[in-house]
Design a protein around this ligand. Sequence first.
Ligand code: NOJ
Length: 760
Amino acid sequence: MTGGDGRSLRRRELMTGAAGLAGLALALRTSPARAASKRVESLLDQMTIDEKAGQLSCYADMIRPPVGDINPVVNQRNTEQLLAEIRASRIGTLFNGEGVEGALLAQTTAVQQSRLGIPLLFAADVIHGFKTVFPIPLAEAASFDPGLAERTARAAAVEATSYGLHWTFAPMVDVARDQRWGRGAEGSGEDVFLGEAMAQARVRGFQGRDLAAPDSLLATAKHFAAYGAVTAGLDYNTVELSEETLREVHLPPFKAAFDAGCLAVMSAFNDINGVPATANKHLLTDILRNEWDFRGVVISDYTADQELVAHGFAADDRDAARLAILAGVDISMQSGLYSRYLPELVSSGLVPMAVVDSAVRRVLSLKERMGLFDQPYRSLDAKAQAANTATPAARALSREAGARSIVLLRNDAGLLPLPTQGQRIALIGPFAEDRDNILGPWAFYGDRSLGVDLATGIRAALADPSKLTIARGCDVENTLLGGYDQAVAAAAAADVVLLAVGEGQNMSGEAQSRTEIGLPRVQQRLAELVAQTGKPMVVLLRHGRALTLDGAVKAAPAILATWFLGAETGNAVADVLFGKVNPSARLPVSFPHESGQEPYAYNHRTTGRPAPQADDSQEYKARWRTTRNEALYPFGYGLGYTTFVLSNIRLSTARLAWNDKLYVTAQVANTGKVAGEHVVQLYVRDRVASRTRPVRELKRFIRVALKPGEKRDVRFTLERGSLMFVGDGDRWLAEPGMFDLWVANNAVDGLAASFELLGA
Ligand code: NOJ
């Protein structure tokens, strides 16, 4: 036995080792290892334990390294070392490299020079586009348009596979209800139902119809699980979570992704109630394999197995490898622990060979499903790389997706859309001409030269481009000499001001937690000074999370949430500003009044002392001293250049039988002067249950396109399955009784009705 603390190691080996092994043997008996294909079984028969450990090891691809700082520099190997290890069958997957040439070198080495010729998998973080960058996933979630998410994921897959990639570490399906957490940018926001829809769309888009097709990119649902629930929104922080909330809020988007065919999942960095996700047998085996029958592979997050030591959960690296594989992690990312320790852990009996074999079987079966044994050089075609880079179709899709992700938060007196001529426009703010903060976090492969900044996009839309003046005013977090004066002068000389303010792209994403989610102070000051000119002001927010808005920004007559929109940012914003596109996105996250309200989500549970309504200022209620309890802009909220009116809600029955369907119908009318799209939302509340229930939960949404004056009925179907929650015994159940529902424009308004679910 090795390790710094022999005693704790022994104790744990007794707990998860000896007892664990007995349990494991039982598990293997009750669910015998599924035999794979003859080819896979025959390979497995021939493999040494070192070769098996190699198939379970994944390293940063330094043969063709990407630009950009993606992960800490740990255990990196140079080209020569990597090639030597590939030859020695010590590597199964390389990640985060790009380009056909280097991939060919690595794959040829694996196929022709390693003993069994098992091809490599090439993985990468293709999060929202590859060369052509699309809106960040959170922005795209605002489109409430899973079809759009599927199309951008497909386009990303086509580009990425042309660069010699098989596998993306996306989609991130973590539900994020604390806007201080920077990684919300990579997900679909605070809602479970929207998260499920987006997860499935992205899986379908990445993987396409046939996993073996050269343009199919294997998807990874990450980070399993509850990474979005880190305490205080601090990245990597500990997670304290009830089993009910885990199952009801954080797990469903994973399950949805698997149901859509996703065959990989990444174990998270965080612990849950004291057990790190990467050593969490409950999650990785009991739920994933036994309850859900997941047949794909589990990969650890970057060095997450090794981090079990820092967690204080493993005594040393060897112990960490043991805990990770026994819990159910198939592939170890970057730490090298599996290669280093699995052979000895198996020979000493601490890890059964059967456990290693199951993991290898899964990895080889995946390679087989992806066609790699028959076509090891799939996706390694230099011509495809050239032909599929930033095609006009991909760029047009990026522009479309950008415009469809923009949320119009405020538009007093119809200030927007602006005319394309006749007005002098001052574009002010650090993002006016900026090209460094267009793509957003997690766009390392993006071709920055393709990025269209705001000034370029707006100028191109104007009849007379000389009507646009630019003043930066300040930097993202610093002042500029003379910047405020220039900005005020530009505003004073203009008819309308566009104020481009918000977060830099390095302010959200991994490790970018914030304690205050407002504008940096220098930008707030800029906004106040510009507003004093009295010119009508349109705020163009840039952000990777919900923001708090203050002072002149909050009071501006027009506000657009523009997130990080990717390559076509300037054009997409111009399309909305000048009315070429009528904005129709809706918030996937609530915008709170103050940072201190976080974590905040519309679908919070009821309390015994609910927040007072309207101006009722009663004490001793669930309220803050200084701030109202609701959101400034709620989940699901967004305006457009026309108006929609919902009316005439009808239920097919007021008494829903246990196995029946309930049809909810309402009319939606476009009462404005231009064509537009509306997102009609259906929310439900369980009035009385054996668990306190959320005040509302989104259960359905539908996009409707209507011409001016047009009206249409929308119909939703509900059944018992949508009324369930996790109750006693951590089981999903529905309880008979009264339910409220709303057909709504957002999470806090709507036409109300109610029905009773009758018992079985
Ligand atoms: C760490 C991140 O948490 C994960 O999302 C990513 O896929 C890996 N690094 C690999 O880059």
